[in-house]
Write a protein that binds this ligand. Sequence first.
Ligand code: MG
Length: 456
Amino acid sequence: MNRRDALRLFSTGAAASGLNLLPGGALAQEKPKALNGLSPVKIKDIKVILTAPDRIRLVVVKVETTEPGLHGWGCATFTQRAYVVQTAIEKYLKPFLIGRNVDEIEDIWQSSYVSSYWRNGPILFNAMSGVDIALWDIKGKRAGMPVYQLLGGKVRFGADLYFHAAGRDFAEVTDRAKQAMERGYRHVRVQAAVEGLATYGAGGPNRGTGAAPGNNDDVVGPTNPKAIWESGKYARMLPRLFEHLRKNLGDDVELLHDIHERVTLTQGIQMCKDVEQYRPFFIEDPFPPEDNAHFALLRQQCSTPIAMGELFNTQQEYLPLIKDKLIDFIRIHISQIGGLSPARKVQALSEFFGVRTAWHGPGDASPLAHAAQLALELASYNFGIHEGYVFPQNTQEVFAGCPEVKNGYMYAQEKPGLGIEVDEKLAAKFPFPQGPPDFDYSWGTTRRRDGTVIRP
Ligand code: MG
């Protein structure tokens, strides 16, 4: 080091922050003093548990520690490619992390992120999420506090939920919405089938469209489309649905709707303009992430609140929409971006741009993911809404201590960590269902009448 470098170093305060100049010009850092209080606890093992208590394939991660009886649970559920996530954890992440200090959650995330050199994507991020959420669970248990306390403490008593009201026609959607309102829900997502078409989220002929194994004559492809979707009729139907629901449900309920990306740019804009007068709480996913630039065009033409993001992986996808205030709700699936650690950064960033959180949370977010979302929601100012999911009985038994759902709110278990203990023996009694026509084979088979595949 020459004199000029040394002066620059001193002027930036490096010398005062623990760096020493050694004789001969070398630079070294003081060894950190021993931490007082908590003794180091290390990762002893990482296990992957595949279970489908209610036929949805869930990927659960157990991080075991060197402290007897202390372990954490995390969600790594990418239900459509579950076995690949399992391999990413067992073959790559586990050997990388054995022996690491469980307290170093942020560094474990950052170092895992670059450990594959090529990074991002739903496989690697879901694998990291399983470990990340489990480490927050462990930290909460070590602190003797629920995770929401580690994130700043409560700013609300519970998280408002939205209920899924789907039906074959307007009357059925109305009935289901009324039932939800009677049960205390203040927010209802409404999806109605378009007659004769494979409508997203409304039942009907949109499942089980993959070929039966070994029957090649029946393979769905561009020359043999089966589940048909055309967006024009749907785009014309949506404002009529909202008009019907406002007339029959009144003004006290908040209405949500998911377009699920399957319309054109102009159809998406027109639909958001058409329903603007009915004041929806939000319209979700008018466009796919490949068309992120569409949102700037939509924003200039109406004030309908927009929710977006369940397919996002990286900050390059969501950062522009948040910083330019092009969406109102960020809908990321938290395991898809790597867990609670990155989700809390997205939440904090979004607060400054008037964007609220509405994390993606249907049945393929395990109760552990819901509990992690809830911890963040209870502790963050810019919470918007929690996607309601009523945990079925088997799921509640496998995931003992699911968050409580009452009167349209989700409540935290007031226990250290996330409050959930997975019953491994019971989980083993619910192996993955094999093959079609289950959840993870229904994508990529819906097509236009002429055979063109629909995205998604
Ligand atoms: Mg959605």
